[in-house]
Design a protein. Structure first.
Lengths: 206, 104
């Protein structure tokens, strides 16, 4: 490209009105759309829960709520390790950043494992998408497995994406900006759980 | 083209303070649950606490507090508006189900 053409292109290109790279704006737009999706299903669940006075309340403090508290602490801690990874990546400490990304992946995997263990225990007790072994509304299984399943899918995708980003960050193909974009997604997954745990678990204690 | 200036981020100490705050709110939610409040009251309390948690996470962990205000005003009010609309239309959807016309 000639110098004149380059200068002309420079005058025609404006900076981001938000002062952020386009990939970061894109992940914010995705987060807002995904938040609306979770908002819709949580609103639907909230209305179902309040409209049924005889809604099944199957969760005992131990093991379900204790397990839920542990899962919540694990996920919140993974957000903390993610900000540590981002801080390291932005200050050029690549190996430290990769280590923190690894810890975040490990915590995400622990969360998913605890979640699946709980699912399998419920399935063994006779719970299905549209079957309630306690004789109440069959919608309990649909809402519980639907909402927590969608969230679990986000967690599993997040763990995989963090792994890919960490690998490419180590190879030098991705930079701190990519880690930041992934961190935004991971914090969003954490944020959604802050609504799922009280609404789906705590609202259904015996 | 204007360069994208690096933004200041919170210190690790502040992140840890926010993390402790979030853990404490979770503890408060569990305590409230065993106060045996009516379902509607409990739901309102848990939602309010979850909103505080979400605000802390978005502002500090997701750094929205440290971005240009334009980003906040372009994203958050519209999401809240969409959620309020959902809250408004869900009961209406139930009303429409009751009004369904039956075939001959």
């Amino acid at each position: 490209m000639s110098e004149a053409a380059t200068a002309q292109a420079g005058t025609l290109t404006e900076g981001s009105p938000y002062g952020i790279p386009s990939r970061k704006l894109a992940i914010w737009l995705f987060i807002i759309a995904d938040a609306a999706t979770f908002g819709a299903i949580l609103f639907a669940y909230g209305y179902l829960r309040l409209a049924n006075p005889d809604w099944t309340k199957p969760f005992a403090f131990s093991p379900t709520i204790v397990n839920g508290i542990v899962m919540t602490v694990v996920l919140l801690t993974s957000s903390l390790t993610m900000v540590a990874a981002l801080a390291a990546a932005q200050s050029g400490r690549t190996s430290t950043g990769i280590r923190w990304l690894g810890v975040t992946m490990l915590l995400g995997t622990v969360f998913a494992t605890l979640h699946l263990r709980e699912w399998f225990a419920m399935i063994a007790a006779g719970w299905r998408l549209f079957r309630n072994p306690m004789g109440g509304s069959p919608l309990f299984g649909a809402t519980f497995f639907g909402i927590t399943g969608l969230h679990l899918l986000h967690v599993v995708c997040g763990v995989i994406v963090i792994g890919v980003i960490a690998l490419e960050f180590r190879r030098g193909r991705f930079g701190a900006g990519h880690v930041e974009t992934t961190a935004l997604y991971w914090h969003f997954v954490d944020l959604v759980w802050m609504f799922v745990f009280p609404l789906v678990y705590l609202m259904n204690v015996r | 083209m204007t360069a994208i200036a690096p933004r200041r981020h919170p210190t690790m100490k502040l992140y840890v303070v926010v993390w402790i705050g979030l853990i404490l709110i979770v503890g408060l939610e569990v305590l409230l649950t065993y106060e045996r409040l009516p379902a509607g009251t409990l739901l309102a309390c848990l939602l309010a606490l979850a909103l505080v948690e979400a605000a802390l996470a978005v502002m500090y962990f997701m750094h929205l507090k440290y971005e240009r205000p334009a980003l906040f005003w372009s994203l958050i009010p519209y999401l809240l508006f969409a959620l309020v609309l959902m809250d408004h239309f869900w009961p209406d959807a139930l009303r429409l189900m009751r009004q369904r016309l039956h075939g001959p």
